[in-house]
Ligand binder design. Structure first.
Ligand code: CA
Length: 370
């Protein structure tokens, strides 16, 4: 009742007060507002007990109960550069969270003279789940630059226990081809920030050893395939040309040398949109979906979607479902939610969770109507 009452107060259009229903390939889906009153929620991580950790871009981390109640902001979150696209970004649980209660945060970290860069910190969630303790920055993007755009980022743990950090080009373009920094890269680090000895550029001079792949524009969607263990990402194109990429060690994904899109200035990017020496995208979207958040669905609630990729769409205003087959996309479905979707996750009961990128942001819960 509390939830329905709050939603009715905050949203005069009463459609939100009751669960909505949307028609999908899996039949009718109920869309409930589990929680609201979040300011530009950016990422959600599901705790083993079903509670949620949710980041808000201005720099707050909150716990959401199974009934949708928001906790006060947790203590211990690092200071963030909360401007434009910057702020507190992703949250991920340690693979052994049940044993060590460690969580990882990515965020835009302020630097000297108004600069900023993406950073990753880890800490331990205290027993009361009110604070992070032993917080330490384990990785920093180099160099920090001015501007408030294209920080990425997503954090995913690979099956080998290494932490993948996806980044953006900081709207600087060319540094995405410069291995002496980590702008426009995907990096792979140990959970303590160390560099794995088998990273592709560890023995190359003038290259950062944590780099895993390069030539990326802005990656805010990443997930590990539950069967193959492969790293999939979706990245924002410029004007057109969002990409779905299968990320492999040491490869160049082409930005800004090639793109399926055009610069916002209207300036073209050389055709053809890919080159044999560069890693081509598996799929591209023009017009764009603006991908943010990705999960492979493995639950029981939507058996017809098991194994499929779900991607949040800011411009798509919903969830994009992809069925992958033979190294490509076999089919695509749009699940319309009427709001910019910043992240998507799977609840323990197989429901799908989605965050809306709004000043009064919500956690949506999608479940089948039997
Ligand atoms: Ca590319």
């Amino acid at each position: 009742m509390r939830l329905l009452f709050a939603a009715a107060l905050l949203l005069p259009a009463c459609a939100q007060a009751q669960p909505r229903e949307v028609q999908t390939s899996a039949g009718t889906v109920r869309v409930e507002v589990l929680a609201d009153g979040l300011v530009h929620p950016w990422a959600v991580a599901v705790l083993p007990d079903g509670r949620l950790l949710v980041t808000e871009r201005p720099g707050r981390l909150r716990l959401v109960s199974r009934q949708g109640e928001l906790s006060p902001p947790l203590d211990g979150v690092p200071e963030v550069f909360a401007r434009r696209q910057g702020g507190l970004l992703d949250v991920a649980l340690d693979p052994d969270f049940a044993g060590n209660r460690r969580i990882y945060l990515s965020y835009a970290e302020p630097g000297e003279g108004g600069t900023a860069g993406t950073a990753v910190a880890r800490g331990r969630l205290n027993a009361e789940a009110t604070a992070l303790e032993e917080v330490r920055v384990i990785w920093r993007q180099q160099p920090k630059v001015e501007g408030g755009n294209h920080f990425g980022s997503r954090l995913v743990f690979a099956p080998d226990g290494r932490l993948i950090v996806t980044l953006g080009d900081r709207y600087e373009f060319d540094p995405a081809q410069d291995l002496s920094g980590t702008i426009g890269m995907v990096v792979r680090i140990e959970p303590d920030g160390g560099v794995p000895p088998d990273n592709p550029f560890v023995n190359r001079s003038n290259a950062r050893p944590e780099i895993w792949s390069y030539g990326h524009r802005n990656i805010q969607a990443a997930a590990i395939h539950p069967e193959t263990g492969a790293l999939w990402v979706a990245e924002m194109g410029p004007r057109g040309g969002d990409e779905l990429n299968l990320v492999e060690a040491g490869r160049n994904y082409g930005w800004p040398l090639v793109s399926w899109g055009r610069h916002y200035s209207g300036q073209g990017i050389p055709d053809p949109p890919t080159r044999p020496d560069l890693a081509g995208s598996v799929h591209q979207w023009t017009p764009v979906i603006a991908p943010s958040g990705m999960v492979f669905y493995t639950g029981e609630a939507f058996p017809g979607w098991r194994g499929d990729m779900l991607i949040g769409g800011l411009r798509a205003q919903g969830i994009v479902r992809l069925r992958l087959a033979d190294g490509g996309v076999q089919n695509e479905e749009r699940i319309a939610l009427g709001a910019r979707i910043r992240d998507v996750a799977q609840a323990p009961d197989g429901a799908i969770l989605a965050l809306t990128d709004q000043s009064n942001g919500q956690v949506l819960r999608l479940s089948p109507v039997r």
